[in-house]
Design a protein around this ligand. Structure first.
Ligand code: XMP
Length: 512
């Protein structure tokens, strides 16, 4: 495996991605926990990340000395290159201009990282983001590539297998970056690149058996990919020691509950308890119009229902969760200070403490798309693993104003028509998330010879890679008018359809 030491760069996770894409397992550890991670993982190579910090600044982070003493290959990226140079006897100085964005690198010497990729004298696009630079490299190093702003854009010490890049090979704007990283892990570290999902599945099944023993596990299903994959994997490991609980809060999409029952009960034969809690949630949501109050109520009620079911089952020793790697990585912050809460997200956080249960989280090391691959490995079909994300509070946050069963029913139908059109047009996979919103506004229309006075439905579709930022999906006019016509014709209660043209920021993806 490869240990990635995080100094707080925005793109450290991408390094882990690139290493895994090269078929090698990797983990990220914050610089101040890197020594412990090193001892636990016994890696075959080390990558030092970038950072918003500055090496010459007092108190800026350093790599643990044990990494240099280990004799293992090291690749330093940006700050990683600078900190390595500094710790090995070179000099780093604050740059007076810095380089940000696209730059062109010229290969000035041979290097194992360029093997089969770059020839001496060739030029390549790379992505830079640095103010400081190495001005004198440490003994043993030689320069292998340069840019106008960084005479030491890439340095190498072949004997010690130390390499440094001033640019960021992990980002897509360095087109050959993934291959440079692959060369590091395969050719320099000598790793075979045979880490596969099948292997991960087998290892995890063994781990789960070991952890759970003869204990009982309860798993909350949301209908989403993460909890589903976690449940199927755990069931493979411990069979009917697992019970899944699916809470139908009445805020689900059309036929969602039936789909979950079919998949888990009929197909995978996993013990499943479905709780019909619609009446209870609707009662609690009556008269609630404030978005945060809705979210808080739904989150709290969800935990209450789940707890009651666990008690009915006679308790369990473990709670299974579909926690993913991005939720686990301890982020390194240099700015400090609390960030503003835009929305209180609903998840089952807080449950394990309240219920005094231990956690089983078999997806803790995986990224979202790796979970999809594992889902396929476990026999889930493409339609299921490729599903758009769906928020915990469900349709409630897509019905501004008061949520009632009647309004949920209207929205469910409109949403289903919209998604049907998107699938028919072959656009589903090009979109991060698409959904309908039912507005608390009524407008006048005319249908047949009669006057209508009904609700407005807004359609939203965005592209995104992580949900943090998003852009609107540019449907053509014919597609949108087809959706509008079908929704108005097929869904009683809606007589006008509009399209949401707001990106994130300034909008959020959901309306509440
Ligand atoms: P926003 O609306 O904040 O949403 O731009 C970003 C992404 O998060 C999803 N989302 C949620 N997911 N529980 C969830 O599990 C929630 O409470 C929640 N609120 C928003 C949203 O659908 C989008 O993918």
């Amino acid at each position: 495996s490869i240990l990635i030491v995080d100094f707080g760069s925005q793109v450290t996770q991408l390094i882990a991605r690139r290493v895994r894409e090269a078929g090698v397992y990797s983990e990220i550890a914050p610089f101040n926990a890197a020594e412990a991670a090193f001892e636990r993982m016994k890696p075959k190579g080390i990558i030092l990340s970038g950072s918003p910090a500055s090496v010459p600044a007092e108190g800026s982070p350093r790599a643990p000395q044990c990494l240099f003493d280990s004799g293992l290959p090291i690749l330093g990226i940006c700050y990683g290159q600078q900190v390595m140079s500094h710790q090995l006897g070179g000099t780093v100085q604050p740059g007076d201009s810095g380089e940000f964005g696209r730059a062109f690198i010229e290969v000035s010497d041979d290097c194992l990282l360029f093997d089969g990729l770059w020839d001496k004298g060739s030029r390549h696009q790379v992505w830079m983001s640095h103010g400081d630079k190495v001005t004198a490299f440490a003994p043993g190093f030689r320069v292998v590539a340069t840019t106008e702003g960084a005479p030491f854009a890439m340095i190498a010490d072949d004997d010690r297998k130390y390499y440094g890049t001033q640019f960021h090979p992990e980002v897509v704007h360095t087109p050959d970056g993934a291959k440079l990283i692959a060369n590091f892990v395969h050719k320099v570290c000598g790793l075979a690149g045979d880490w596969t999902m099948a292997e991960f599945r087998a290892t995890k099944v063994a781990e789960i058996r070991e952890q759970v023993g003869s204990g009982r596990v309860i798993c909350g299903l949301s209908g989403g990919v993460d909890s589903s994959v976690a449940a199927i994997l755990i069931h493979e490991a411990i069979g009917d020691q697992l019970t899944c609980v699916f809470v139908d809060h009445g805020l689900l999409r059309l036929n969602e509950r039936e789909q979950v029952e079919k998949l888990f009960r009929d197909h995978y034969k996993i013990p499943l308890v479905v709780v019909d809690a619609e009446a209870r949630f609707m009662a609690g949501l009556a008269g609630v119009t404030d978005p945060e109050k809705k979210r808080k109520f739904i989150g709290g009620e969800f935990i209450a229902v789940f707890e009651e079911e666990a008690k009915k089952l006679g308790g369990a020793d473990f709670l299974a969760q579909g926690t993913l790697y991005p939720d686990v990585i301890e982020s390194v912050s240099f700015t400090g200070g609390p960030s503003v809460t835009i929305k209180s997200h609903h998840n089952v956080g807080g449950l394990p403490e309240r219920m005094n249960m231990k956690l089983v989280e078999p997806l803790r090391e995986l990224f979202k798309d790796e979970v999809r691959l594992l889902g396929k490995e476990l026999g889930l079909n493409d339609l299921f693993v490729g599903r758009h994300p769906f928020p915990g509070p469900g349709l409630a946050i897509r019905i501004p104003g008061e949520v009632t069963k009647e309004r949920c029913d209207i929205l469910r139908k409109a949403d289903a028509v919209y998604l049907d059109e998107i699938r028919n047009a072959g656009l589903y996979d090009a979109i991060w998330q698409a959904f309908a919103v039912l507005l608390p506004v009524r407008t006048v229309g005319v249908m047949g010879d009669g006057r209508t006075y009904d609700s407005v439905c807004a359609l939203r579709a965005v592209t995104s890679t992580d949900g943090m930022t998003a852009d609107i999906y540019p449907f053509d006019a014919a597609f949108l008018s087809r959706c509008a016509t079908r929704i108005i014709n097929e869904v009683k209660g809606i007589n006008r359809v509009v399209y949401d043209y707001t990106s994130k920021p300034p909008g959020t993806i959901e309306w509440e």
